[in-house]
Design a protein around this ligand. Structure first.
Ligand code: SF4
Length: 451
């Protein structure tokens, strides 16, 4: 029996369980599915909670400063559980651990954390467990790599939705962003690989795939992103396709035309603007102007009527003046986004923006974000009210967390809809008449069940 077989036998004999705590974006959520797949391949089964687990794994994010503080706080609280369970393994991985400084700080602060690794060596987790158990290292650093490791097993979340990575990393170096440093340069999966995965998911009964990448518009897997979408629509039976995230500088006319031509592609584009001021956009290294962004958003709406556009906005970027912030407010009023993720700028050490002079005073940043959030909330609610009285198709994702007699799902425009119904509807496309549009959710009644 080799070492891996011995580990599998031990895990099985003791009935060991795992629990993964995930921070950050959908990319991280999808990587946690891969970690779960790897652990289940070894024999671990899912625990109901961290208290019930023998292997607790934190998949971290470092995009915001408070995410880092939260992670440190939560890792610290595991110490007691570790003392109560001699089989317990604790691992911390992901973007934050790809930064050597943060990894070393965590290692020193929490001696009870057994295994630490970053974003480039997730596929080596079985080897790390074996190495740690035979007295090896705690920290498994991995340099940036051009290699892709998509052949790891995946344990997907339950329901009709599946995520598919089409590319990794980012080449853009927006001046505030840590992602290119922790995720490396862009690497695209081949179109053949993506096609194979989407076809397989369709055959397994998934109804919607989300194509993931930091900047899907610069995908280059032998064909460009527009052509990849076209191939997926033409050669697979997947009923719905979403994608995330689009960088405005790379969103081509070809892509707009492909979305317009194929109803399977969701009527929703997440298009981060970040600021409404061309001066701030230049300092952010976003490579487009306010005018170019507005023209692009208006062109998308003209070519694809009814499409929802959502965005990300950063408030209080270094040097942002009242005039710059006013430009952001006026852009929001003009484009009337369906919704926006709004963030107060927080410096990430290692990025260019963290070194910029004129960091905006915290009280002013807070004042500005409150004004922006109030404006966007009002617009979001108004936009959602436009659905009232209309019938819209919804893919039912699950039982509502608030009301067990209701189900919830999304429209093609990515609006969450809640209505009376049972578990038998999960995974089905149904028509729902919207009776009320609130800020985060639409409420309605079932009209008829579709395919
Ligand atoms: S496009 Fe900019 S914000 Fe997005 S991941 Fe790349 S560097 Fe970060």
């Amino acid at each position: 029996m080799n070492e891996m077989e011995k580990l599998k036998a031990e895990v099985k004999k003791k009935g060991l369980k795992y629990h993964i705590i995930t921070y950050g974006c959908q990319m991280n959520a999808h990587e946690s599915e891969k970690i779960a797949g790897i652990l289940e391949n070894i024999g671990y089964t899912p625990a109901n909670s961290k208290e019930d687990a023998d292997f607790i794994l934190f998949n971290t994010c470092c995009v915001r400063e408070n995410a880092e503080q939260k992670t440190f706080g939560n890792v610290g609280r595991i110490k007691k559980l570790k003392q109560l369970n001699q089989d317990m393994l604790v691992a911390v991985c992901g973007c934050m651990m790809q930064q050597e400084k943060a990894a070393k700080k965590l290692m020193e602060t929490f001696p009870f954390v057994d295994i630490i690794f970053g974003t480039h060596n997730l596929h080596e987790l079985p080897g790390m467990i074996l190495s740690y158990k035979s007295g090896g290292e705690r920290f498994y650093s991995a340099p940036e790599t051009q290699e892709l490791h998509d052949d790891v097993p995946q344990k997907r979340a339950e329901g009709p939705l599946a995520s598919v990575n089409i590319m990794y990393g980012c080449n853009n170096f927006c001046s505030y962003c840590i992602v290119p440093y922790v995720r490396g340069r862009e690497r695209s999966r081949s179109a053949e690989d993506v096609m194979r995965e989407v076809s397989g998911l369709t055959a397994q009964g998934y109804r919607e795939v989300m194509l993931l990448g930091q900047n899907v518009n610069s995908y280059d897997g032998g064909i460009n992103f527009a052509r990849l979408l076209k191939r997926i629509c033409g050669e697979t039976d997947i009923p719905r396709i979403r994608f995330m995230t689009s960088h405005p500088k790379d969103l081509s006319d070809e892509l707009i035309e492909v979305i317009a031509a194929y109803p399977q592609i969701c009527r929703h584009i997440h298009l981060p603007v970040q600021s409404g001021s061309s001066r701030v956009l230049r300092k952010m290294n976003r490579k487009y102007t306010r005018e170019a962004y507005i023209a692009l958003a208006e062109k998308i709406r003209e070519r694809i009527p009814g499409i929802a556009i959502t965005t990300d906005i950063i408030v209080g970027f270094p040097g942002e003046t009242d005039v710059d912030f006013g430009d952001t407010l006026s852009l929001v009023k003009r484009l009337r986004f369906d919704s926006a993720f709004t963030f107060v700028y927080s410096p990430r050490s290692g990025t260019q923006a963290a070194e910029m002079p004129d960091q905006v005073d915290e009280a002013l940043r807070t004042e500005r974000i409150m004004e922006l959030v109030a404006l966007q909330n009002k617009i979001t609610e108004e936009r959602n009210r436009e659905y009232e009285g209309k019938t819209t198709q919804v893919l039912v994702e699950g039982i509502s967390t608030r009301n067990p007699g209701h189900v919830c799902g999304r429209t093609s425009t990515s609006k969450m809809v809640n209505f009376e119904g049972g578990a038998d509807l999960i995974g089905h496309f149904v028509d729902v008449k919207i009776t009320r549009g609130k800020k985060t959710t639409l409420f309605g009644t079932l009209v008829e069940e579709g395919m």
